[in-house]
Design a protein around this ligand. Structure first.
Ligand code: SF4
Ligand code: SF4
Length: 406
């Protein structure tokens, strides 16, 4: 696609990055067919090609409006369009730039600003865990829209105490330890059973995705630098050979640290090294080795929900399903498995109507195989789906952990 950026954008790093992405787009529209918001709303402006065109217009000098902002807000950043695109257009990076540019030019109403500030500061801060405890205690009084987010957590169980020659770092995350503490403990136990020790040095926190998705680029970069500082002593000492990230939404972010901090001379090299070490657990676990130590599956029939950040963001589709089958599970894959469940970080709070429609559609397809449980790989999807069904929804590592302990 031909571009004529204004001198202001042509001279900026964001503008140049956006231009390279825009030029790869041939405007074929294949991506619209796999875009969840286009499927729900049927409006070209709520599909990837339309959003790309709106961002291009702004970078070429058009004045963005509240309507431009709304169409970008409605994007789930699921990156299904990237998987479909035959030209390799990096839509996710482009929409990040587009959102930043529009955010700086289109003021939001006060209520919206306050809601976004609360999400940004609340979810990624150390106050989240105590605030969640208070919220859970007062769940009966909370608005219905928050009930599923305030459900009591599963017990985390014991953290493994053995040492192993092979060690990895693990990102604990920001909301996950408080919302679903069993996921990190289960990950540590499964890796321990396979001879891998998990280290969690103090000081790391949110991966930066929450701030990034709410257009706080500087705050997101500060989160990234803080995590690099926390992890670097173990990496520099050669103590670890990977950084395991068991929430696929955080994993896709950590794998992008190198690109995000490439222009920061103090951090660029370390950020690239951290990104290269980041692994989803499925990249570390050998299915045959695991099958040899699994005792008895807790249930056999499970449905698999592939988070967008795993299948589109990290391009690891098909791997977890194969591992689950290797240990004896009967795994059903829902229709439209490429489509987002509507969780998408803070989307389920900021775009509740669309998010709920996507959740209902996803749960309908997941239930079709009459599974006993739904398994997934991202805490956001798990909490969101669980809010719409009585069927247990859990991380696949929690299921494997149960199988090892049976
Ligand atoms: S499929 Fe790719 S090249 Fe075609 S319109 Fe979508 S982003 Fe552009
Ligand atoms: S990221 Fe997802 S919601 Fe956004 S345009 Fe692409 S397919 Fe549509």
């Amino acid at each position: 696609m031909e571009t004529r950026l204004t001198p202001e954008f042509a001279a900026s790093a964001d503008g140049r990055a956006a231009e390279a992405i825009l030029r790869a787009c041939v405007h074929c529209g294949f991506c619209t067919a796999t875009c969840p918001t286009y499927q729900l709303l049927g409006d070209e402006l709520d599909g990837p090609r339309g959003r790309i065109y709106q961002i291009k217009q702004v970078l070429e000098g058009a004045t963005p409006t509240r309507s431009t902002q709304l169409h970008l807000d409605r994007c789930l950043t699921c990156r299904s369009c990237e998987t479909t695109c035959p030209s390799g257009v990096r839509y996710g990076a482009l929409v990040d730039i587009g959102r930043r540019v529009v955010e700086a030019r289109v003021p939001r109403p006060l209520g919206e600003r306050a809601r976004r500030w609360l999400l940004r500061e609340g979810l990624s801060s150390r106050l989240f865990a105590p605030a969640l405890r208070v919220g859970r205690a007062l769940r009966a009084l909370a608005p219905a829209s928050l009930h599923d987010k305030l459900a009591p957590p599963r017990d985390a169980g014991a953290w493994p105490q053995r040492s192993h020659a092979r060690r990895v770092l693990m990102l604990a995350g920001c909301v996950q330890p408080a919302m679903a503490p069993n996921i990190n403990a289960a990950t540590a136990r499964v890796l321990d059973a396979l001879g891998v020790q998990v280290l969690q040095p103090p000081g790391a926190g949110c991966c930066g995705a929450i701030r990034q998705h709410l257009s706080d680029h500087d705050g997101a970069r500060a989160d990234m630098r803080r995590n690099i500082d926390a992890w670097w002593p173990s990496i520099a000492a050669g103590e670890v050979d990977a950084i395991v990230v068991n929430a696929s939404g955080c994993g896709v972010q950590v794998k992008d640290y190198g690109r995000e901090l490439a222009d920061d001379p103090a951090y660029a090299e370390r950020a690239a090294r951290v990104a290269a070490l980041a692994r989803d657990p499925i990249e570390l676990i050998d299915a045959q080795q695991l099958a040899a130590v699994v005792r008895r599956l807790p249930v056999r029939e499970v449905a698999w929900h592939a988070p967008c950040t795993l299948q589109h963001g990290q391009r690891l589709g098909g791997r977890v399903e194969a591992l689950l089958r290797a240990i004896g599970a009967q795994v059903s894959i829902p229709e439209e498995s490429h489509l987002c469940c509507g969780s998408a970080g803070t989307y389920s709070v900021l775009q509740q109507a669309l998010s709920k429609q996507l959740r209902e559609r996803k749960l309908h397809h997941l239930a079709a195989g009459s599974p006993q449980r739904v398994l997934s790989a991202n805490v956001g999807c798990i909490q969101h789906l669980q809010g719409g069904t009585p069927m247990p929804v859990q991380h696949w590592l929690e299921y494997v952990d149960e199988a090892l302990r049976s």
